[in-house]
Design a protein around this ligand. Sequence first.
Ligand SMILES: Nc1ncnc2c1ncn2[C@@H]1O[C@H](COP(=O)(O)OP(=O)(O)OP(=O)(O)O)[C@@H](O)[C@H]1O
Ligand SMILES: [Mg+2]
Length: 332
Amino acid sequence: MDVTTMKAMTAAECQPLLSIKGLKTHFETRAGIVKAVDGVDIELGRGEILGLVGESGSGKSITGFSILGLIDPPGRIADGSITYDGRDLVSMGEEDRRQLRGNDIAMIFQDPSMTLNPVLRIDTQMIETVQAHANVSTAEARQRARDALVQVGIPSPDERLKTYPYELSGGMRQRVAIAIALINSPKLIIADEPTTALDVSIQGQIIHEVKKLCRKTGTALIWITHDLAVVAGLADRIAVMYAGRIVETGKTADLIERPLHPYTKGLIDSVPSHSTRGRRLHQIKGITPSLLNLPQGCAFRERCEKATKECLVAPKPTLLAGRLVRCWNPAL
Ligand SMILES: Nc1ncnc2c1ncn2[C@@H]1O[C@H](COP(=O)(O)OP(=O)(O)OP(=O)(O)O)[C@@H](O)[C@H]1O
Ligand SMILES: [Mg+2]
């Protein structure tokens, strides 16, 4: 970016789109406090694509739900801040937050039925979504709905608009849910494993289309997945989550070529690739610990091949080779 462009940008535009600092989202259960998200920092630029990766139960969805204000009791944001476009989302009232969802920030869920109403035709649902946030005629809203279906690669959009969700295949339903997420041109999309239930070729197509659209419209994206391979070709940066914390963040290529955290390395080694064909895939030993009973110090310590006595104390995030890493013994 040249100096003139920089000067022309307002202070607000220079800020990250989303800035999460020290986020803690806890659930008070009978068995104790589940610290699902326990001190997460995320920064996301305008138009940037971030892959949020980690095993099941690491706190990825709860991080996404926290951003959208979708945490219900017994869960609560116990600490930290979430700033979107200069506005504090944690203290924002429900009505403002509802306006922001669907207008500025959209979510795509793993299960499209979280978005789609089974008893309403696709056109009714899409037109409602447009008109909930924009004062436009039904004809104009229908045109936007049609355009959104075309954008996500749905053939014969006019016919599809007249169908009910059950008349569509799983892949088509998810495309419609994505079209609904995109329809009001949000600045940020949070996608929570939206392609996990689909077969690999449809997954690939959808990822390719979503990436193309985000690039075209300058939409920022957080793509949540347990599968590092899915975000390798999609994300600009990757954040690796383990037991409620981000253990490593870096540019996608750097992180994949040279993981610094032993957990990131374990995830990469367990991805099937051409180089490992015919060889047994590496598996990270042990299982994810219960969030109610985390080991003292680094939560990954008991599964880590590089653990030392130092790991009995929780490591703080440290900037190393352009990456933030929470580890006493990173691979340097
Ligand atoms: N309502 C709740 N009450 C108690 N604990 C909860 C609740 N919702 C989530 N948790 C816990 O929070 C932790 C993080 O959950 P989360 O859904 O964010 O995991 P995830 O990384 O998205 O996993 P997955 O890959 O399986 O979707 C889990 O241990 C889960 O059991
Ligand atoms: Mg999840």
